[in-house]
Design a binder for this molecule. Structure first.
Ligand SMILES: C[S@@+](CC[C@H](N)C(=O)[O-])C[C@H]1O[C@@H](n2cnc3c(N)ncnc32)[C@H](O)[C@@H]1O
Length: 341
């Protein structure tokens, strides 16, 4: 059985998404996780925040019981000298009780590893950087004080399933804060960069479609990139005056760069099909190396439209992601790295 943590308020949409992918799925209402017997053949789940492959259900475990069960699960699966990460987190309650319990389980686990598998303790790494092909991931999730899941994802699965297995605990990334940004929308571009493990960098070229009032351009400018911003309305005055920003008052759907750019960033308010068509056209025409594109939905009826993007975009990409970001409202963000330009 595989368990999936849905994005906030998205459990029903995640069940639909898995079912449309041909994998039976149901919501376990006692844990809030979605269960499925298979992983989807096309491994993109817009509404999953984290995936626990081959999840074992844990019941009635004490602190020591959890530590023992984690040891039992990893025994024989993780080679001593190979790096691994442990995501041990509470998916219940609001207070500190769950976190405290996880701390106690971690301490008990470390004591056991010190006695029985010292080499394994040495290869345990703390990081939320993208997984490397040799890294395994162990997840122990408490869905109540004494119940939950343990999942072991052996290398190289965290890399091959990077579109649905997050290096962030529970797939959660807190909203970035910057009061000087023109709007809170800037948090979306920061979160997509973190998930991708790549940032807009100094000297890179960036096209920002649907750019006004300018918080995505603001991030790119701060990083030292050169931005071509396209919108029907101008951006905030200071951005309009910035020598590294060129503004075009034009229809973003008609714009074509003269040569490939490092980043397409696109947050146009438009029907999701139009934004998906734009993304696929830019990928086919090899107009960009990397991309972050918001799909904006009205209601929920059009979510199935994303199924075609899951077929069309990945063959054109070295890395393709499709995720409801923590910073998204009724949106899903497509981001990734194009196949070599
Ligand atoms: C959500 S806002 C973008 C916010 C921006 N990313 C930011 O962080 O400040 C969407 C923008 O898309 C623009 N837009 C919608 N349709 C457009 C079109 N066909 N051409 C150019 N801009 C368009 C709107 O004018 C609006 O400014």
């Amino acid at each position: 059985m595989h368990a999936f943590l849905p994005a906030a308020d998205c459990a029903a949409f995640l069940v639909d998404e898995l079912q449309r992918a041909g994998t039976g799925a149901h919501l376990d209402s006692s844990t809030g996780f979605v269960h499925s017997d298979a992983l989807p053949a096309l491994p993109w789940l817009a509404f999953a925040r984290q995936t626990l492959p081959e999840a074992a259900v844990v019941k009635d475990a004490s602190i020591n019981g959890w530590a023992d069960q984690i040891i039992t699960r990893i025994a024989g699966l993780l080679p001593d000298a190979q790096p691994w990460r442990l995501h041990l987190w509470p998916a219940y309650g609001e207070g500190r009780a769950g976190l405290h319990r996880c701390d106690l389980i971690r301490t008990a686990l470390h004591e056991r590893l010190k006695k029985r598998r010292r080499a394994l303790l040495r290869s345990l790494e703390e990081s939320d950087m993208p997984f490397l092909p040799g890294t395994s991931l162990v997840q122990a999730v408490l869905t109540g004080p004494d119940a939950g899941y343990i999942s072991v994802s052996q290398a190289p699965q965290p890399v091959s399933l990077r579109a649905i297995i997050s290096p962030f605990i529970g797939g959660d990334i807190p909203h970035a804060e910057d009061k000087a940004a023109p709007s809170r929308a800037f948090a979306k571009v920061i979160e997509a960069e973190l998930r991708l493990g790549q940032q807009i960098e100094r000297g890179q070229t960036c096209v920002d479609l649907g750019a006004s009032p300018g918080s995505w351009s603001y991030v790119a400018i701060q990083r030292g990139a050169h931005v071509t911003a396209i919108d029907r309305s101008p951006l905030r005055d200071d951005l309009m005056r910035n020598p590294r920003l060129s503004f075009l008052q034009a229809d973003a759907f008609k714009y074509k760069p003269e040569q490939p750019v490092d980043w397409l960033i696109c947050d146009i308010i438009a029907a999701p099909q139009r934004s998906m068509d734009l993304l696929v056209e830019w990928l086919r025409e090899k107009r960009m190396r990397r991309f972050i594109v918001t799909l904006k939905f009205k209601g929920t009826d059009e979510y199935p439209l994303m199924d075609s993007l899951k077929e069309l975009a990945p063959p054109l990409c070295a890395d393709f992601r499709l995720t409801r970001l923590c910073a998204n409202k009724n949106e899903v963000t497509a981001f990734g790295v194009a196949a070599a330009v």
